[in-house]
Design a protein around this ligand. Structure first.
Ligand code: NAD
Length: 319
């Protein structure tokens, strides 16, 4: 059984990961990165393909040899792979549903706490030797989060973990998810997306990027938010219509944003978001902590082991 990891350096950028859980199962070849042409060349004679957010579209999949039976996405989101084209060629696609659940939820909460204390503004004022926050009344928003409302859009693994932490911080929670759950804590309530946007002090996005969720946050929906409210996106950049967000931030329709993901990534060098002091951006780091990445390798080995045993798990194109 042969496996090729087409862009292993994206996952193992610090060469710290132990790939033995995978190499114990199959003959594993790791490439740092692969262009479209190299993908087609490198999948020849392989049974299992691993990618980390590498675009694998219909044009590429159509050139896969019949030996390829499984594509493993080394992550949770799999919008980079044309899963229908794979299905048509009898290739199963599997993902890793929850290797970085805690880390991404922690990052979303980190954004919320930073925004509530205006840390980026305060830091940037001090860097400019502006001491107004010492000598005058505080010039920037600075408030406690307990009693505030957190709106969660998408309450899957990460959304639910964010809810757990937010409850410890004393927040009330409004949830929009097309598949609503029952909540044990009466501080958590389900609501329509419009109500979540209208009533929340922070909105955090945790739904996958699909045709339905692309631009789920647009001009009309941003206009529903309170002018004092913040939006946090640690899920996928295209969930937010970025030009509409920039306009809403410029017009003070909303108070600020925390964005681990952008559209495109990296953003254009002249993207106005870089110069807004009420915006915190990170370079898609939710999944990048060492612990999460090693867990991902271990879970990928579980996916492959189950697949080889004829009992595939985490298949996202079974239907
Ligand atoms: P999950 O599948 O457990 O949960 C997704 C939830 O979104 C589900 O409850 C689903 O019902 C809900 N949903 C689906 N369509 C929706 C819609 N139209 N509106 C609202 N909710 C909707 O996934 P998860 O593990 O919680 O991960 C969520 C997303 O986080 C992933 O799809 C991925 O894009 C992103 N992610 C980002 C990073 C990062 O590095 N920043 C790391 C891991 C995952």
């Amino acid at each position: 059984m042969k496996t090729v990891f087409l862009n292993a350096a994206k996952l193992d950028f610090d060469s710290k990961l132990d790939f033995s859980p995978l190499s114990d199962l199959t003959a594993l070849t790791n490439y740092d990165d692969s262009s479209n042409d190299q993908i087609v060349e490198r999948v020849q004679g392989q049974d299992i393909i691993i990618t980390k957010e590498l675009p694998v579209g219909r044009d590429v999949i159509s050139q896969f040899p019949p030996s390829v039976k499984l594509i493993c996405e080394a992550g949770t989101g799999y919008n980079n792979i044309d899963i229908v084209a794979a299905k048509e060629k009898n290739i199963a696609v599997c993902n890793i549903p929850s290797y970085s659940t805690e880390a991404v939820a922690q990052l979303a909460i980190t954004f919320i706490l930073n925004l509530s204390a205006s840390l980026p503004q305060q830091q940037s004022m001090l860097e400019r030797k502006n001491f107004d926050n010492f000598t005058k009344f505080l010039q920037v928003p600075h408030f406690e989060v307990q009693g505030k409302t957190l709106g969660v859009i998408g309450a899957g693994a990460i959304g639910r973990h964010a809810i757990k932490i937010a409850l410890v911080l004393g927040m009330n929670i409004l949830v929009y998810d097309p598949f609503p759950r029952e909540w044990e804590d009466d501080r958590v309530k389900n609501a329509s997306i419009e109500e979540v946007l209208k009533q929340s002090d922070f909105i955090t996005l945790h739904c996958p990027l699909t045709a339905d969720t692309r631009h789920i946050i647009n001009k009309e929906r941003l206009a529903l938010m309170k002018p004092t409210a913040y939006i946090v996106n640690t899920s996928r950049g295209p969930l937010i219509h970025e030009a509409d967000l920039i306009e809403a931030l410029n017009n003070k329709t909303i108070a600020g944003a925390g964005l681990d993901v952008q559209d495109p990534e990296p953003p254009a060098i002249d993207n106005p978001l870089f110069s807004m002091d009420n915006v915190i951006m990170t370079p898609h780091i939710g999944w990048r902590r060492y612990e999460s990445r090693q867990r991902l390798v271990n879970l990928m080995a579980d996916n492959i082991k189950s697949f080889l045993a004829g009992k595939p798990i985490n298949v996202v194109n079974a239907k």
